[in-house]
Design a protein around this ligand. Structure first.
Ligand SMILES: Cc1cc2nc3c(=O)[nH]c(=O)nc-3n(C[C@H](O)[C@H](O)[C@H](O)COP(=O)(O)OP(=O)(O)OC[C@H]3O[C@@H](n4cnc5c(N)ncnc54)[C@H](O)[C@@H]3O)c2cc1C
Length: 466
């Protein structure tokens, strides 16, 4: 009976070892494990897993190929719907998407769809690089007169839109503000969860397929959206929501208080963990990370790897309300992260040189549910106490960077600065589409990819009929 096979576990570095390095935590399935895991799939006639995938990967079909040992074909099937399977196999919240709908999950553990996706992608990269590139990234047959389309931002949304439009024969240029491509995949998610080599590989594939990339190109500074529209038939804005939020409490301007974005960018892009880095970070011994999402956990686990003695994750709700992925919470706990649930900082205190020395924490209880449906944290009067810290990393959310809104007066945005789009990603401004976090607010890789895909279809139709 298929259900009797246990869900296969990926090999992992031991917690005490991995907390001392930035190497990837989890390894890949062996081909034997992958085939065993694929054998657990019931091949449902109406697979709920597919409807749980924002880009509609044909999940039972690729799993069947893995079961049959046809790994290259499995990859080809995934690739038809998902341009970044090695990334999604690693960082997608499968537990709330495809795996969350797997019927096996009703009575036991769902099929490890994410692990199988990663297996197929990594297997293809090692074993069939040349052929894979050919079938998965056919160099677009592009007419000399192909319409030119600009994409602003090279995160998962921009990359997906660019890939789709390129495959449809358009001449696509991606403008990226940073010196490295990939958006959060490059500057945010740390190496130990998503090796940068994988992100680079996916981007090289796109480049080989004909997508043009311009780095160090801040749209809104070097050229406005209106100036782009003089040269390009359409623009897709996928500039993300990378503008850090703070809590606006006393002491946030002290030395040693970082936004998670700055901290992670220094580590991931500027290699701050290496000696002699141009943009080092403080290697704190007692680090407080504020927040309960993936970003907070990434920052906290990075601080552990930089050698901190104690890293506290300070979250104003309880574990049940944490938005971070379960797997990441478990990994962090194994690595020795100390969780201070139902706590909130109200002030930071510094030394005479202006470096943070203490966090004044307040205890919280949970009240009635708020607009998000989660129980509202309520401060406990008189519960404040001091915690000695030498580094604080604030990971309480991000917002839209205002640069494009400010330089594009007729671009419709909501009151938080997010671009307003219709169901196809189209804005009310002529020839301009948007998607990913800059339209939805901070979300997930796969949702950003899904919106890039929808917009590409709509842009293609528009440009062809123009
Ligand atoms: C630390 C961290 C961990 C995360 N972990 C997960 C996870 O495990 N799983 C998951 O699914 N999601 C995770 N997310 C969320 C996910 O990464 C984002 O939802 C996703 O990257 C959004 O994609 P995007 O393409 O819209 O934007 P981004 O990835 O933010 O990319 C936007 C790009 O646009 C560029 N840009 C901005 N302004 C301009 C401009 N004016 N001109 C040119 N370029 C510009 C930026 O430099 C950036 O490269 C995480 C996010 C963070 C920060």
């Amino acid at each position: 009976m298929a259900e009797k096979i246990a869900r296969q576990r990926k090999p992992e570095q031991a917690p005490q070892v991995r907390r001392t390095n930035f190497l990837e935590v989890a390894g890949n399935y062996s081909p034997e494990q992958a085939r065993l895991e694929a054998g657990r799939c019931l091949q449902c006639k109406n697979p709920a897993c597919v409807s749980g995938c924002p880009v509609g990967v044909q999940i039972p079909q690729f799993i069947q190929q893995i079961k049959d040992g046809a790994f290259a074909r499995a990859y080809e099937i995934i690739r038809a719907d998902n341009y970044l399977p090695a990334v999604c196999g690693r960082v997608c919240p499968q537990e709330t998407q495809c795996e969350g709908r797997c019927v096996l999950g009703k009575k036991g553990e769902p099929v490890a769809i994410g692990n199988l996706e990663r297996f197929a992608a990594d297997w293809a990269a090692v074993n069939t690089a040349a052929e894979t590139r050919e079938f998965a990234f056919p160099r677009a047959s592009r007419a000399q007169s192909a319409a030119k389309i600009a994409v602003v931002g090279s995160g998962p949304s921009g990359l997906t839109c660019a890939a789709e439009l390129n495959a449809a024969g358009f001449d696509v240029t991606v403008f990226e503000a940073l010196h490295e491509l990939g958006g959060v995949l490059a500057y945010g998610i740390p190496e130990f969860r998503l090796p940068k080599e994988i992100v680079r590989r996916e981007i090289e594939n796109l480049s080989a397929a004909g997508v043009r990339f311009e780095t160090n190109a801040v749209i809104g500074k070097i050229r406005t959206i209106d100036e782009l529209l003089q040269d390009f038939a359409a623009v897709y804005i996928a500039s993300g929501a990378g503008f850090p939020s703070f809590m606006n409490i006393t002491g946030e301007d002290l030395n040693g208080v970082y936004s998670a974005n700055e901290y992670l960018t220094r580590l991931n892009l500027m290699k701050a963990y290496q000696s002699g880095a141009d943009t080092p970070v403080l290697k704190g011994q007692n680090v407080a990370v504020i927040g309960g999402g993936n970003v907070a956990l990434d920052a906290a686990r990075s601080a552990l790897r930089l050698g901190a003695t104690q890293v506290y994750l300070i979250y104003r709700r309880s574990r049940a309300e944490m938005p971070a992925r379960r797997e990441e919470i478990q990994h962090a706990e194994e690595e020795g992260l100390k969780f201070l649930f139902l706590h909130n900082p109200v002030q930071y205190l510094g030394d005479e040189k202006g470096f943070v020395q203490k966090a004044l924490l307040q205890k919280m209880t949970l009240g009635e549910p708020d607009a998000s449906g989660r129980r509202r944290p309520v401060p406990e009067t008189g519960s404040e106490y001091e915690l000695a810290v030498d580094t604080v990393i604030v990971a309480v959310g991000t917002q839209a960077n205002p640069i494009l809104k400010d330089t594009t007066p007729d671009l419709p945005t909501d009151k938080r600065g997010y671009i307003i789009i219709d169901e196809n990603g189209r804005t009310a401004k002529k020839s301009v589409w948007a998607g990913g976090d800059i339209a939805s607010g901070a979300a997930t890789v796969i949702l950003a990819m899904g919106s890039g895909k929808r917009a590409a279809k709509s842009i293609g139709k528009y440009v062809r009929s123009a």
